[in-house]
Design a protein around this ligand. Structure first.
Ligand code: SF4
Length: 334
């Protein structure tokens, strides 16, 4: 039964823009849908195509089967690789088995892969700024020979990591990092290794940067911030951090089994059912945004849930729209 209240308290909901799906996520979802049309069900998908349970469950309903490893895919069925990218060994193993495969790696992640290859060809050792265990990091490390890339997660790492004395260095970054944290790590690396080669252009992708900037723009007006995103979604976690650092009270609701989320006091929700109403209280202005893998439908669901308890005035923050579109793989559109 729907929750109903008389004399609902007023609530201004300030919705960040841009938010939600980026071009890479949109493309990856379309790839699975087109693969299902082209090959019929089931189509196998190695790892969550994007980090959003709602998206994964919808594709599962359409006939996608999500697996952790390639050896779970039968010889006669196609497989799609996720937007986060895969180590080179994965397509190589698929080719060896003569599997039909479609790579949904975001073109901006592929760009980092190509940069890594080039740097190794030049004989450089790469310092890679990223989060240990994230699929994108595993995929990027899998583009280069073992030992030729070192992970740097923090400013402390930048000051203490050991690298071969004769190494000529370059750095690259994961695409979904905190813009501010990464700048501090890069400064620390440049201070310690003045000769280090920087990438020609920013590796943190446009969608990550734009969503963080949009949260920064609205946070000063907000009493609380809700970020719609899965707890394993790097770019969503960064949005919650940005809000928290500006001083907008927030807490975390979802816990992933193998990650200590306690360090992050931000409120991240996957959908309206996850809102902790006691925590929310009665803010005057609530900020609302969504990570790059969260569909707009979930934003609407949250606003609808808020309307059941508050007299909501909705405002979309004014921000330049995104027009990025990535081409689909030829084999699916030809
Ligand atoms: S967040 Fe950035 S790198 Fe990741 S899929 Fe979206 S556009 Fe690509």
């Amino acid at each position: 039964m729907a929750f109903a209240m008389l004399n609902k308290p007023p609530l201004r909901v300030l919705i960040a823009a841009p938010r939600g799906f980026c071009a890479g996520v949109d493309r990856a979802i379309q790839i699975v849908e087109l693969a299902l049309e082209r090959f019929g069900a089931p189509v196998y998908v190695r790892h969550e195509i994007v980090h959003n349970r709602f998206v994964v469950e919808r594709l599962r309903d359409l006939g996608a089967i999500f697996v952790d490893e390639l050896d779970e895919v039968p010889d006669d069925r196609p497989v799609v690789f996720s937007a986060h990218g895969v180590p080179k060994s994965v397509p190589a193993a698929a080719q060896e088995r003569r599997l039909t495969y479609v790579d949904a790696t975001c073109p901006l992640v592929s760009k980092v892969h190509r940069q890594a290859e080039r740097l190794i060809e030049e004989g450089r050792h790469i310092l890679f700024i990223g989060h240990a265990g994230h699929p994108e990091v595993i995929g990027t490390f899998g583009q280069v020979p073992a030992g030729s890339m070192t992970l740097v997660e923090t400013v402390e790492d930048a000051a203490t990591i050991q690298i071969p004395a004769s190494a000529t260095l370059a750095f690259l970054t994961q695409t979904t990092l905190s813009v501010d944290d990464t700048a501090a790590i890069v400064d620390a690396l440049k201070a310690r290794f003045p000769e280090i080669r920087a990438p020609r252009s920013e590796d943190i992708c446009y969608a990550t940067s734009n969503r963080q900037a949009a949260v920064k723009a609205i946070a000063p007006e907000c009493d609380r911030m809700l970020v719609i995103g899965a707890p394993n979604s790097s770019n969503s976690l960064r949005l919650a951090e940005v809000a928290e650092r500006i001083g907008v009270p927030a807490r975390l609701i979802e816990r992933a089994a193998n990650i200590d989320w306690d360090w992050l006091p931000a409120r991240l929700i996957e959908r309206a059912a996850n809102i902790d109403w006691d925590w929310l209280g009665e803010p005057k202005t609530l900020g609302l945004t969504a990570g790059a893998s969260a569909p707009e439908l979930l934003v609407r669901e949250v606003v609808d849930a808020l309307r059941e308890r508050f007299d909501v005035t909705e405002e979309i923050a004014d921000h330049s729209p995104e027009r990025m579109i990535f081409k689909l793989p030829r084999e699916l559109v030809a």
